[in-house]
Design a protein around this ligand. Structure first.
Ligand code: AMP
Ligand code: MN
Ligand code: MN
Ligand code: MN
Length: 280
């Protein structure tokens, strides 16, 4: 089992990835992934397609999702693994979470107009694969296309984020809701890329405690969003809180993501993998 390659976090064009689920599956397989989860933002519309494609390639498939949550006035992402994507409570909860993206997108466009960037809403829409899921990533791609920035990373450094033009605060699901939807659908709740959040030490402690109390079981240790030093840092968090450890590239598309599908190193020693009791 230790020889298996896992990638339990990535995106298709059903949310803000560039490739359709079938092509993400093919790329994961080509990169040697054996156990794979597509975890689109706030949406399970690609999961059945992902499963079908994975099975045709002989890859183990895990039902996944990445839920947007607001905790302590910041956005946190909670990944759900092994979810039943047909679970009514999960499907309804995700639909409610997606609600409001459209209005927020129009507001983002209005804010960008104030700094002389016009037609961003219409421009972003051209990059959207799922009209229910317009994301800041689509704005970023549009702004690169128009030459406002050299790449999407530069867009997020200068626009669309707190304190920068085009930022619109938004209230997502609560932590309790996200964990309940995932667990109710038979899944495991995982804190995605903890190293990305700008919390104080005290706030991090409170987040981990609350997540654990709610029945959250795992955190991402190896992710495309962490540096190798952070793999060790969050392995230590996993050990001390008794969390299982997950890993996933957070791949969004060729040329856009720092880490390709299946390209992460194995988990650090001494952590219990989230798949430790999966029948693989
Ligand atoms: P949204 O859910 O619309 O707020 O968009 C969030 C998405 O934007 C994330 O899932 C990432 O794909 C992307 N994103 C956020 N921050 C950055 C960043 N600093 N660099 C590149 N992409 C980012
Ligand atoms: Mn994304
Ligand atoms: Mn995320
Ligand atoms: Mn992600």
């Amino acid at each position: 089992m230790s020889q298996l390659k896992f990638d339990l976090h990535c995106h298709s064009n059903v949310s803000d990835g560039l490739l359709p689920p079938e092509q993400v599956a093919a790329r994961a397989h080509a990169n040697g992934v054996n156990v794979w989860a597509l975890t689109d933002h706030d949406e399970v519309g690609g999961v059945a397609r992902a499963r079908k494609a994975a099975q045709a390639l002989g890859m183990k498939h895990v039902g996944g999702v990445e839920i947007s949550v607001t905790w302590c006035n910041q956005t946190v992402h909670i990944v759900g693994l092994r979810v039943d994507e047909t679970d009514r409570n999960l499907v309804d909860g995700l639909a409610a979470t997606r609600n409001g993206r459209e209005r927020r997108a129009r507001e983002i466009s209005g804010e960008l107009e104030k700094v002389g960037i016009c037609g961003a809403y219409e421009g972003a829409l051209k990059h959207v694969g799922n009209p229910d899921l317009i994301s800041r990533t689509h704005f970023a791609r549009h702004m690169v296309e128009c030459g406002h920035c050299g790449d999407t990373k530069e867009v997020f450094a200068n626009y669309l984020t707190e304190g920068k033009p085009g930022y619109v605060p938004h209230r997502w699901a609560t932590l309790a809701e996200s964990v309940q939807w995932i667990r109710g659908a038979g899944g495991v709740a995982v804190i995605a890329h903890p190293g990305r959040y700008k919390y104080t030490q005290t706030q991090f402690g409170a987040l981990f405690d609350e997540f654990k109390q709610l029945g959250g079981a795992a955190i991402e240790v190896n992710t495309g969003s962490h540096t190798p030093e952070q793999y060790e840092e969050y392995a230590q968090v996993a050990r001390s809180y008794g969390f299982l450890a997950s890993m996933g590239s957070d791949f969004h598309g060729p040329g856009e993501s720092r880490v390709d599908l299946g390209a992460l190193p194995p988990l650090p020693a001494g952590v219990k993998p989230v798949w430790h009791d999966w029948d693989l």
